[in-house]
Write a protein that binds this ligand. Sequence first.
Ligand code: PGA
Length: 259
Amino acid sequence: MAEVIIVENKEAAGALVAAEIVALIDGRPDAVLGLATGSTPLPVYEALRPLVADRDVSQVRGFALDEYVGIDPAHPESYRSVITREVVEPLGLDPQRIHVPNGAEETIPHAGEDYEQAIAAAGGVDLQILGIGTDGHIGFNEPGSSFASRTRVKTLTEQTRIDNARFFDSIDDVPMHCITQGLGTILAARHLVLLAFGESKAAAVAAAVEGPLSASLPGSAIQLHPHATVVVDEAAASQLAQADYYRYTFANKPAWQGI
Ligand code: PGA
């Protein structure tokens, strides 16, 4: 199962995951990072800034999880813009090496396959950062997504559009469709790191980590992965039946193990 690490706050989570990413880059300067958007991964990117300041990260490669369909890439809330603003520029990554699925309507018929080929050409993703939606989605794999799915177009649920309306002027401006790495794509990454903070994520986290495997709760796919790490604050951990065991395990974790 996934290793669950319960931390005091977002900053502690960011520091923990950023240290793992830096160790990866130190061992492999052209490491391939799987990048997530949304509020959840921001503490990781913030914690990375001082750590990469004195490192050469010009070779680091990255693949975003998803993009809205039909949004102008220059729109401030396109995931291309978000990744550029929150990850590429502050960390000093090479924009040519950072990929985001192409949401242009005219190329949609082959955009998923193109993205899969680009990930394969890079040798796959080393460490995939994940958030989880209140409906249990990872990436934009909404409930019902096949565990074998690859990068493709999905229709956003009404709940996801409501959740993301805060980034737009109104819910009507939130795109209806997206292109997202599939659950099968995500499961092919070598290390999954799922983060979640706050009470609103507690039910989704408990279902993903301890519930039955189900396409109805896409986050439960992480149970199929041989190296999945879940980093949560106390509020997001509040519905985990085995929380005490996770704390005990982490407290007794060998120093050599890493996350
Ligand atoms: P959030 O979104 O990080 O903004 O809460 C997570 C998600 O929808 O996957």
